[in-house]
Design a binder for this molecule. Sequence first.
Ligand code: SF4
Length: 380
Amino acid sequence: MNLSGTRCAQWADAALDGRPVGANDALAMLSDSQLDAMDLIHAAGRVRRARFDNTVTIHILDNVRNGACPEDCGYCGQSRDSTAPLKPYKLKPVDEIVADAHAARRSGAYRFCMAISGRGPSNADVNHMCDAIQRISAMGMRTCLSAGLLDRAKADRLKAAGLDRLNHNLNTSSRHYPNVCSTHTYDERRDTLTAARSAGLGVCSGLIVGMGETHQDVVDVAFELKRIGAESVPVNFLLPIGGNRLAAPHCQGEPLTPLFVLRVLCMMRLINPNSEIRIAAGREHHLRSLQPLALWPANSLFMDGYLLTQGQSAHDTFHMILDAGFKPHLDNPHELPDELRDRITRGVDGSRPTVLPSVDSALPEGRTLLKPTVTAQPNP
Ligand code: SF4
């Protein structure tokens, strides 16, 4: 084995044995041109398969309140400062959220993730979401909520309603955070995660790469998430949304490339071997033709789009997973339409699935789960 392969294999061995991989090694994974990306992908894939076999958990996002946020997060089209052409809407009625969850489940979603715009939820917002969560949990569906800053009392109420996980991304390092947002602090974000953990909620917290940070910032947030013990780590790559303050994705002064995106995902896997690593926003835009390789380090993804932008369809997502030799984690396969279940099974067995329904096709006519209103600028 050459030096590159040997170093990557040693990192995988360490991750599998529970020995720490150091920050300098993590930096090398991002920036050392002597390291072959395929060696890194192979090493990360060994760890991923040891921890999560060949399964892929599929998450579907529901933007339950859109826009009109008083915060100034530079990456977000819902921010007070963004001029992205959004169509804001108020909190969806509980019946509508529950119908969205049913549709997500029938499309093969493993977890239903709800997001509310704003600095943090009011007591009335929490009551509303508790009603929705109780009904969705009663369906046997896993839930995750992203609701901004939360204190322990609100986290307790959500936990009592049946919420599994709270999502609140650290986004970047504490050092870089003031360049991203000035209306709340990194410590407030950490406090929200502490409240979630104290309430017994699972912690979903990740990052956004491409907001003008350095490689060191990316490594620092990877280690902070390890320290926190985030069970779930969504790894986002900044989408160039016109009207947002941060609209030109770059890291360490360089534009994001597909191979760099893969290096980030591999580093996140090797530093956080036991966490669910999710390839999140920017998957299609930044990985382009290399998307399937992300399934070696990552064991989870979003299907049918993100909060504000469209993404790969359910059909193409299942197709990609099966073609690459992985298997969707179907929590309730018996509840899927026969046709969908059979096609997925056939795909695992080697044949190609044909047409799969989108989430929106499972909703009443005229309704869509997501309301994408902004479009990422095309790659140069
Ligand atoms: S990320 Fe959340 S808090 Fe920040 S501007 Fe967007 S909706 Fe508001």
